[in-house]
Write a protein that binds this ligand. Sequence first.
Ligand SMILES: [Zn+2]
Ligand SMILES: [Zn+2]
Length: 260
Amino acid sequence: MLKNLFLILNKLTLDWLAFFGIIISRYFLICGGTHLVFYFFLNSFFKLNLQIKPPLWNKIKKDMELSLFCAIIFAFHGALIVTGYDLGFTGLYTSINKYGWWYLGVSFVILLVLQDAYFYFMHRFFHHPRLFKKLHYGHHRSGEPTPWTSFAFDPLEAIIQAMFFVCIVLILPLHYIPLLAALIVMSVWAVFNHIGFELFPSSFYSNWLGKWFIGSKHHLIHHRKYTLHYGLYFTFWDKLLGTQDANYENEKLVSIKKKI
Ligand SMILES: [Zn+2]
Ligand SMILES: [Zn+2]
């Protein structure tokens, strides 16, 4: 019994270290790469830089510090999921035939829709005046976001966010492919939400497809007006619950830059 416990703790620690290495490398690769490409090489090419001022190095450094703590926390949750899988507590599975190919796509969409809903309500909760300083101030500390802000969260917020994945693998049968795909989508989407550049023309946000997806323009408004735009991937909850800027879909990107 004691020997088994020791083996589980040993495996948990090794998984934790491995996840930490992956998460922190991913952070510096994706955020560093995006920063380099958009702020140095493509800066003059992209006319739609949404930022009022160029980002300050000391603010980026603070985002990096918080992201480092988040990597430690996220790695622990990753290790918990793997340990839960080893012990047979999760709905994770490896054989595609178990639920069929169609379920890979369906479970991927379910995962994104549920995560988006979880994020929306948690995010609104974090912005409550009594909780904001303790739970969410770290993410807004840098003011104008940069790719480095995408994973900068206060430790308590990081724990609450990561708990989504720990709970979902206990409830939902999931092949590791949609789970990995959702984690990659989350990482890339979060970076592009904070990029400070707009990659699409203004008309994209009023067309039938573009108005349902969140991008850098949508999330930048949240970083400037805390009472609006709490979603992660989709605008659905913001529209339904009246937290979307009334002018968002038709607003010109140039006016976003000048505003506030
Ligand atoms: Zn916020
Ligand atoms: Zn943000």
